[in-house]
Design a protein around this ligand. Structure first.
Ligand code: T6T
Length: 328
């Protein structure tokens, strides 16, 4: 694709030189970049889109944003195919599944479209290393999700005084981000908190309603449940709803990944102790910047890490912190 874009730019320059065409003709040849979120109905991706649009505006490139309303690879692949048919210069995508998106994304790469994954990765997440069927994306722009899981474990351990029963409320397996958060959470607990027992993970299919029902079911059989780690926005909101429903607000402690406005309300009320906010706008911004750099002939780092902001009821009104609350 890089070649195709460079050819397009070269053609414009030739035309301009030959017939004295205006600079706007060159602007029309600026790259087109598509962003496919994990799902559209999620404040995390709404915020990522805003960051991507800021970068697109700064660079004067066209940004296409299209996705499916649910986290489901079977819904994401047709969206991807439709985008490939439009022949953008680059596709930024949060793949819904580490395996199921490999072949559909290879079709994009084979069509000369630069593939960059944002938030989630395919295969082993190690790109451009000549190993594995999913090494072809140019770069991966995301939070360090293993670290985020470790941060959540430390926070929950502190909340429950280093002992008691906890579980992870998670989405579904084979999603790189939430798999890695659970991995980091369990590693940290195993290494440093022998007094904490981790119960079986509850998978909620990215549904807060299911996550709430699961909290109630776990509590029904484990009356001494001490805490829960909600590994993403819907898992955390649902777990918090469940805690409220069983009348244990502030007693069963909740640590949340992600920071939509609703979680901030829960921090203030004491239903959630701490939220680990990702920086989705930064992911979108640097995703577009990386795509632009690549398609205009610059080399790009193979992985770009973005940060976290830890929120609790004491700091969440500070503008330096609240700027990371997601846009609903
Ligand atoms: O936690 C984010 C994202 O990082 C993850 O991959 C899927 O869930 C969210 O979008 C939040 O709902």
């Amino acid at each position: 694709m890089r070649r195709r874009t460079l050819l397009k730019i070269a053609a414009s320059v030739a035309v301009m030189a030959g017939i004295g065409i205006s600079g706007q003709a060159i602007a029309a040849e600026k790259p087109t970049i598509a962003l496919i979120p994990g799902l559209t109905t999620d404040a995390f991706y709404i915020t990522m889109h805003k960051g991507a649009q800021k970068a697109a505006d700064a660079l004067g490139v066209k940004l296409i944003y299209q996705g499916a309303p649910d986290w489901n690879a079977a819904l994401q692949v047709p969206v991807l195919d439709a985008i490939i048919a439009r022949k953008p210069d680059a596709i930024l995508i949060a793949p819904n599944d580490t395996n199921q998106l490999v072949a559909p994304l290879k079709n994009a790469a084979d069509a000369g479209i630069a593939v960059i994954t944002v938030d989630t990765f395919i295969d082993d997440g190690k790109y451009q290393d000549g190993a594995g069927k999913g090494d072809f994306p140019i770069t991966y722009v995301a939070s360090d999700n293993v670290l985020g899981g470790r941060m959540a474990a430390r926070a929950l351990a502190a909340s429950i005084g280093g002992k008691g029963k906890v579980y992870v409320s998670n989405t579904k397996p084979n999603i790189s981000t939430t798999d890695q958060r659970e991995e980091g959470f369990k590693l940290e607990m195993a290494e440093n908190y022998p007094g904490i027992e981790i119960l079986k993970t509850q998978f909620n299919d990215d549904s807060a309603v299911k996550a709430a029902a699961q909290l109630q079911a776990v509590f029904a059989r484990t009356s001494d449940l001490a805490g829960v780690f909600g590994a993403n926005l819907f898992s955390a909101m649902g777990a918090a709803d469940g805690v409220k429903a069983v009348g244990k607000s502030g007693k069963i402690r909740v640590v949340a990944f992600d920071a939509p406005t609703r979680i901030v309300d829960d921090l203030k009320s004491g239903l959630i102790d701490l939220a680990i906010a990702q920086h989705p706008a930064e992911i979108g911004y640097f995703g577009v910047m990386a795509a632009y750099a690549h398609v205009t002939g610059q080399s790009v780092p193979v992985a770009i890490g973005t940060g976290f902001t830890v929120m609790d009821k004491n700091n969440v009104d500070d503008p330096a912190i609240s700027q990371y609350i997601y846009s609903d």
